[in-house]
Design a protein around this ligand. Structure first.
Ligand code: PMP
Length: 408
C-alpha cells in the first residue's frame, strides 16, 4: 500500500496526546524539530538502564555492547543515505557542527586568497556564517547564488558564477525557510565540471525524501538527528572517503589519535574516528540509528508523499484567507509553508495561535538574507511531518482565520 497509515504513525508519538492551553496539540513546527517516536525514547531509556558505557576503550562487557551499538548505528546511517562505506559517516552534534567541520578542516587547508565559494541565497545561517568566519581569516571570496521570485535558485546565474577560482558550492537540499527543493544532483554535476566540490546541507531533506549521496554525487552531505525523529545533540557528516582521508583533524582529543607523544609528535586515527574527538553523544547516536530504522519501516517515500498531500490541502485552504501571501512558490517544494498576512504581525499570529493549541514557527528562520530579499523581517511557517493529518491542517487554517480576525 503506497499510502501512509497516519493513525498508526500517531500511536508511536506519546507527545501527540498532550494538550496546550487546554486544546489538543497541533504540532506544525517540524522543520525546527520533529517529535520523537516511542521506539527512539525506549532506545535511549534502554541504553541508560542496561549498557551505558564509554566506547572504543572498553574491554568490559558494557563498553563492548555500547561500542557495537554505536558502530551499528553508523551502518544504519550509511544505508539510509546510500553511502558506499561506513567510514564515510562522521557523527557530529548536528548539521551546524558538520558544516563547521568541513569549513575548518577542508576549508582551512584548501581555500586561498582569491578563491571563491558559492553559497546560495536560500541558506540557513549555519551554511553562511562558518564560511564568512573563515573568509575573514583566509581572504577567499563568497559569492551568492541568487533565487528567483518564487524562491527557486536561478540556475542560469549559478552556471555563470563559476570560474577557475571556484572551489566549493555550499547549498541546502531543501530550504527550511521556504521548502524549495534544490536540484542538487544537477548542481553537483556542474560544480564537478568546474573542478569544484559541493557540500549539501540535507537537514530538511533527510526527513522528507529518499536521499542517495552517491546518486547526487555529493562530496559532503550533512544532517541533524532531531529533525528526523531522532534525539537532539547528534548529527551526521557524510564525506567521500578520499576527501576525509586527506583532511586534517579539526578537534583534538581522545578517541581521534593513534599515538600521542611529546617528543615524536602525534599520529591520528583512521577516518571516521579522526573526526570524532572526545566522548561522542553515544546514546543519541544509537537512538538516531533507531529513528532512521523507524523512518525506513514507515517508508520515507510514503512519508514524503503524505506530506505533499498535506501541503496541497493546506495551500488550497489558505487561499481563502484574505491578504495571506505565501513566500516560496517554487514548483518543487517540500511540506513547508512560509507566509505573511497583511495587517497582522507574524509574532502576534504565532502567539495567538499557540493559545489555540497550534504550534507554528515565526521569525526569520535563520535565513535573514533570504527574508530581506523578499522584503520581510519575519514570516509564519507551518511545516509537516509524518504524523500530521488533514484535520490538523483544517484546525490550523481555522485557528489562523480566527487569529487574523482578532488582530486586524
Ligand atoms: N540547515 C538547515 C536547512 C536547517 O533547517 C537547520 C535547522 N533549522 C540547520 C541547518 C541547523 O541545524 P542544527 O541546528 O540542528 O545544527
Amino acid at each position: 500500500d503506497p499510502t501512509l497509515d497516519v493513525a498508526a504513525v500517531r500511536k508511536d508519538f506519546p507527545i501527540l496526546a498532550r494538550r496546550v492551553h487546554d486544546k489538543p496539540l497541533v504540532y506544525l513546527d517540524n522543520a525546527a524539530t520533529s517529535q520523537t517516536p516511542r521506539q527512539v525514547i525506549e532506545t535511549l531509556d534502554h541504553y541508560y538502564r542496561h549498557y551505558n558505557a564509554n566506547i572504543h576503550r572498553g574491554l568490559h562487557t558494557l563498553a563492548d555492547e555500547a561500542t557495537a551499538a554505536y558502530e551499528q548505528a553508523r551502518e544504519v546511517v550509511r544505508g539510509f543515505m546510500g553511502a558506499a562505506e561506513r567510514r564515510e559517516i562522521v557523527f557530529t552534534r548536528g548539521t551546524t557542527e558538520a558544516i563547521n567541520l568541513v569549513a575548518n578542516s577542508w576549508g582551512r587547508t584548501h581555500l586561498k586568497p582569491g578563491d571563491e565559494v558559492l553559497v546560495s541565497q536560500l541558506e540557513h545561517h549555519s551554511n553562511i556564517v562558518p564560511w564568512q568566519l573563515l573568509a575573514e581569516q583566509l581572504g577567499f571570496r563568497i559569492r551568492m547564488i541568487p533565487v528567483d521570485e518564487r524562491g527557486a535558485l536561478d540556475m542560469a546565474a549559478y552556471r555563470d558564477l563559476f570560474n577557475e577560482r571556484t572551489r566549493l558550492v555550499a547549498v541546502n537540499h531543501i530550504s527550511n525557510a521556504f521548502g524549495t527543493i534544490n536540484p542538487v544532483r544537477e548542481m553537483a554535476a556542474i560544480a564537478h565540471e568546474h573542478g569544484a566540490l559541493i557540500l549539501v546541507d540535507g537537514a530538511q531533506a533527510i526527513p522528507h525524501e529518499p536521499v542517495d549521496v552517491q546518486s547526487i554525487d555529493a562530496d559532503f552531505y550533512a544532517f541533524s538527528g532531531h529533525k528526523v525523529y531522532g534525539p537532539t545533540g547528534v548529527g551526521v557528516l557524510y564525506g567521500k572517503a578520499a576527501l576525509l582521508e586527506a583532511m586534517p583533524p579539526w578537534q583534538g582529543g581522545g578517541e581521534m589519535i593513534k599515538t600521542v607523544s611529546f617528543d615524536a609528535g602525534t599520529t591520528y586515527a583512521d577516518i571516521p574516528h579522526k573526526f570524532e574527538a572526545g566522548t561522542p553523544p553515544i546514546a543519541n547516536v544509537i537512538a538516531l540509528g533507531r529513528a532512521l530504522e523507524w523512518v525506513t519501516d514507515v517508508g520515507i517515500a510514503r512519508i514524503g508523499a503524505w506530506e505533499q498531500q498535506l501541503l496541497s490541502h493546506a495551500n488550497g485552504r489558505l487561499a481563502d484567507i484574505d491578504g495571506l501571501r505565501i513566500l516560496g512558490t517554487a514548483p518543487h517544494k517540500a511540506g513547508v509553508i512560509s507566509f505573511v498576512v497583511e495587517g497582522a504581525h507574524a509574532q502576534d499570529i504565532g502567539l495567538l495561535i499557540d493559545q489555540l493549541g497550534v504550534a507554528i514557527r515565526t521569525g526569520n528562520h535563520c535565513a535573514q538574507p533570504l527574508l530581506h530579499h523578499f522584503g520581510v523581517e519575519a514570516t509564519c511557517r507551518a511545516s509537516f511531518a509524518a504524523y500530521n493529518t488533514q484535520e490538523e491542517v483544517d484546525t490550523f487554517v481555522e485557528a489562523l482565520q480566527r487569529v487574523v480576525a482578532m488582530v486586524r
